[in-house]
Design a protein. Structure first.
Length: 200
């Protein structure tokens, strides 16, 4: 009977006729504090599975959009600014000099294989884009013995876009006609035919 009591409880009492001995056993549990949230994150790529109900469907391929390549990106010709600064010493030419300074610092032209972009303003906030598909006609007006010139682009809706003091203006105008799919020869207008000249 006494051995049964030893097995069943941690505190056991042994009795004998003359002495009584009490034995106590203590068990220490080591508790480790685990964090409630993991300190590291496991990032696994999320994979989506698309299930198709029809197996006879042909895969559709979307045509890749053309990558935009820049043909010309720049501002007005520096010769326009220089000539107008020299002529601006006369008070009569001063308004045209201010217009040339504005063109030189706040106007940029960009011709790519997809569109024509005119960017103006202090930080380029004014931006006009149009595609070559809407071009009806392109004319050029040479300035200062043909070093730079104006490009007048007529759109199909009748709008005329006047690009002033463009360097390499003949090459750019031919490029615009090629991209628009026009085979007509480049129209080189006289200086007064495109309107009153506003610069040198």
């Amino acid at each position: 009977m006494a051995t049964a009591g030893l097995l069943s409880s941690p505190t056991a009492t042994t009795s004998s006729p003359t002495t009584t001995t009490t034995t106590t056993t203590t068990t220490k549990l080591h508790i480790t504090n685990f964090p409630t949230k993991p300190t590291f994150k496991i990032s696994r790529p999320i994979t989506k599975l698309h299930v198709s109900s029809s197996t006879n469907k042909q895969p559709t391929t979307t045509p890749k959009p053309k990558e935009e390549t820049i043909f010309f990106d720049g501002g007005a010709h520096y010769g326009d600014l220089l000539a107008n600064l020299i002529l601006g010493l006369t008070l009569l030419w001063l308004p045209l000099t201010l217009a040339a300074v504005t063109r030189a610092f706040y106007l940029r032209y960009r011709f790519t294989n997809l569109r024509v972009t005119v960017i103006s303003g202090l930080s380029g906030e004014d931006r006009s884009d149009f595609s070559y598909k809407v071009i009806k006609d392109v004319q050029v007006v040479p300035r200062f013995i043909g070093e730079w010139g104006d490009i007048i682009i007529t759109l199909k809706d009748g709008t005329k876009v006047d690009l002033r003091s463009v360097p390499k203006f003949r090459e750019i105008a031919k490029y615009c006609l090629e991209m628009a799919g026009k085979t007509a020869a480049l129209n080189e207008a006289a200086a007064g035919a495109a309107g009153p000249p506003k610069g040198f």
